[in-house]
Design a protein around this ligand. Structure first.
Ligand code: AHR
Length: 320
């Protein structure tokens, strides 16, 4: 009896421990765009690490660059009854109905690194850099370093319709506005990938007198810039000298290019968006504290003067 009741007591206790530990494990669905760039791969790595450190059960969905896959993933997370959703939205528009569904299900959604053109009561907060500012910093570097000669610029845009592509173009154009010697002569999407960056740069070089008429390249991310650097070299020109190269992300490989003098400047985008996101999510889930609608991450400019190989060593094992 005693034993039986002791056993009964023990099993009851065990089930309480069991249920509470399972109950307290927060489940978060993460709809990631894909792995188009080294930066995005690092964001995925860091998000997994941050979740593991906090005992969060992370359900990961790779959308292969497709919005319909992300919408499908969000609906599946809602059906599973997750506690929260992280969304890196591939493009800005088309999210209202699925975000409404998450809201109806009382599942908070946090946007990572990109924004949506939807009313901000449809998501808990957005953890992003100031995307316009990044473009402005890149443009200001060029204005300050390319001199007073006429400077024809070619631009590799990010994914069409994505908030970084729209905002980084706007910021850069704001920075060169009023400096009539700077003109964007060609602009096309490279989908944030190295392969497409190289391909489009090859077409720019062909169209602009083998590149002799191009003064600078502005790429919305480093991966496209690194592809373009390859194309510039294959065209027999010196990237970083014959054609200046300025981009965004600060992935490790761009620091090797900076050290080799083949790139000139990059604006850093931290891959750790999940840390700040989980911090505010934990507060929200525990006592309902509503975070600000925007949590801004820092944007730091790096140039050849910033000991690039030291930075390369610091970053090379961070999952890029
Ligand atoms: O949204 C951020 C952008 O997405 C990064 O700058 C780029 O590398 C990625 O594709």
């Amino acid at each position: 009896m005693m034993l039986k009741s002791a056993l009964a007591g023990a099993t009851a206790l065990a089930s309480v421990i069991l249920t509470t530990s399972v109950a307290s494990a927060v489940t978060v669905g993460f709809s990631q765009i894909g792995s188009e760039s080294g930066w995005r791969a690092a964001e995925t790595t860091v998000t997994r690490q941050e979740a593991e450190t906090r005992g969060i059960d992370l359900k990961f969905a790779d959308a292969q660059q497709k919005q319909e896959n992300q919408i499908k993933a969000l609906r599946s997370f809602i059906a599973q009854g997750v506690d929260a959703i992280l969304l890196a939205p591939v493009v800005e528009t088309g999210w209202d109905s699925v975000l409404e569904e998450a809201k109806d299900a009382e599942i908070p959604v946090i946007l990572l690194d990109r924004t949506v053109a939807a009313s901000d009561d449809l998501y808990l907060t957005a953890v992003t850099s100031d995307l316009v500012h990044e473009g402005r910093v890149a443009g200001e570097w060029l204005v300050e370093n390319a001199g007073d000669e006429d400077c024809s610029i070619v631009e590799l845009q990010g994914t069409t319709g994505s908030s970084p592509a729209i905002a980084r173009k706007k910021g850069f154009e704001e920075a060169i506005a009023g400096h009539d010697n700077f003109k964007i002569i060609r602009s096309q999407t490279g989908d944030f990938t190295r392969t497409k960056g190289k391909e489009v740069m090859e077409s720019f070089l062909k169209a602009e007198n083998g590149g002799a008429d191009i003064c600078a390249l502005y790429a919305h991310n480093d991966d496209m810039a690194l592809g373009a650097i390859q194309a510039i070299k294959e065209a027999g020109l010196k990237p970083g000298e014959d054609i200046l190269v300025v981009s965004i992300d600060a992935v490790p490989d761009i620091f090797q290019a900076l050290a080799a003098g083949e790139a000139n400047a990059t604006v850093e985008l931290t891959p750790n968006m999940a840390g700040p996101a989980f911090d505010v999510l934990e507060a929200y889930l525990s006592d309902g504290t509503a975070p600000p609608k925007w949590i801004q991450t820092e944007s730091k400019l790096y140039t050849q003067a910033d000991d690039p190989m030291k930075v390369y060593e610091e970053k090379k094992n961070l999952g890029y």
